[in-house]
Design a protein around this ligand. Structure first.
Ligand code: GLA
Length: 387
């Protein structure tokens, strides 16, 4: 017997089926990327969108390996620095593309006190006599293998990385459960969602440490990029790159990017802060628009970068109170990138959304202490366009 489906119902079902399939992207699948020295399997996920933007990320360090976006002529280039093989990341990487944690940036002396107890971390950075802990210690979140699963949503593909940092790892208190999810949507947005929970009070300050070159990785320096930072103040540092505690106005200094300026325009200025950093390597205090806060907007503007030769624009939004602007001052041409070109000084820049450096020792800075029973959520969005 023939089923009698009214044509209107049939077309409604067909419409629903096709629109559902058209909007819902497939979750990306895991592919092998390599094995660590200890024999752990490392996988890679490739997120793509309808505009041909492509982001590859691996489970070692939740590291973004490549990010291809179009220029103003529609030609794709890989705009993040990185290596070709896992072995090179393991050997030595200046945090190319990685998630940095448990505490991104510096903690003075590798020490902090919390709830009446003193904690000692590895002093993995700085000159003798003024050493500090940098980016989570000897084996931070950039050097561990995360678990991962591919995800899909309407018009977006994603990958969720998770990692349990055990109580005492790298000297930090508490079992810290971390989830970092990357989404790439059809509007050319790469969204990073952070979620953390702990069973003991602990400092946390995660960040994404991609080095960008909007001309394409390996294609020279970033000095011609125009940068705008909506920050009236920054946290000046001492010679050991530790914040003095002051929030200093940028006005009248080479750190004023409230109006767009090329990165190179003032980088050679004889300025104490630029001398200490060997260029820009500073945390900027982001203006949080009152209206956005009142409306409960989840993210607010953090930076805009425009590259005039290719027309590429990178716009960053975040919920974090600060952003570390770093101009690849420690790159020195000894590292070779994915396409075979070496990475000289200033061949990439980082814009690391974060809390301020050394917050565990600076009571006046916004707190980075996560307590049990709380879930800490944060989001940063990287938007790609051309002009
Ligand atoms: C951050 C720091 C820099 C440097 C890089 C990694 O951006 O602020 O001083 O350590 O990471 O090389």
């Amino acid at each position: 017997m023939k089923a009698n489906i009214p044509p209107s119902l049939f077309s409604a079902v067909l419409y629903l089926a096709t629109t559902t399939f058209a909007f819902c992207a497939e979750p990306p699948s895991a592919k092998p990327f390599g094995k660590t020295k200890e024999g752990a399997v490392v996988e890679v996920f490739t997120l793509v969108n309808k505009q041909g933007v492509k982001l590859r990320a691996m489970t070692y360090g939740a590291t973004v390996l490549s990010l291809e976006t179009p220029d103003r002529d529609g030609k794709n280039a890989d705009i993040v620095l990185g290596y070709k093989t896992l072995g090179l990341y393991e050997k030595s990487s200046p945090y190319f593309g990685a998630i940095v944690g448990r505490y991104g940036n510096r903690i003075a002396g590798g020490k902090f006190a919390l709830e009446g107890k003193e904690y000692n971390l590895a002093q993995n950075n700085g000159a003798p006599g003024s050493k500090c802990s940098l980016h989570g210690g000897l084996r931070g979140f950039d050097k561990v293998v995360w678990k991962a699963e591919g995800l899909a949503q309407d018009g977006a593909q994603g990958v969720r990385f998770s990692y349990l940092s055990k109580d005492g790892e790298e000297g930090y208190p508490g079992n810290l459960e971390v989830k970092v999810t990357y989404w790439l949507n059809d509007q050319n947005e790469w969204r990073v969602d952070y979620e953390m929970a702990t069973d003991k009070a602990t400092p946390v300050n995660l960040t994404q440490h991609s080095y960008f070159n909007l001309k394409g990785e390996g294609r020279g320096d970033i000095l011609g990029h125009e940068l705008m930072l909506p920050a009236d103040k920054f946290t000046p540092v001492n010679a050991a790159m530790i914040p003095t505690g002051e929030l200093r106005p940028v006005a009248g200094t080479p750190l004023d990017f409230t109006q767009p300026k090329t990165i190179g325009a003032r980088i050679q200025t004889d300025d104490e802060q630029l001398r200490f950093g060997g260029g820009y390597d500073h945390n900027f205090v982001l203006k949080r628009p009152l209206l956005a806060c009142l409306l409960g907007r989840r993210t607010y503007p953090a930076a805009t970068v425009y590259e005039p030769l290719t027309g590429r624009v990178l716009n960053i939004l975040t919920r974090e109170p600060g952003i570390q602007f770093y101009t690849g001052n420690f790159l020195d041409g000894t590292l070779t990138g994915k396409a075979g070109a070496s990475y000289p000084k200033r061949s990439g820049f980082c814009l690391e959304t974060q809390h301020y450096p050394d917050s565990p020792n600076q009571p006046a800075f916004p707190s980075t202490i996560l307590k049990p029973g709380k879930v800490l959520k944060s989001t940063t969005v990287f938007q790609f366009s051309v002009k």
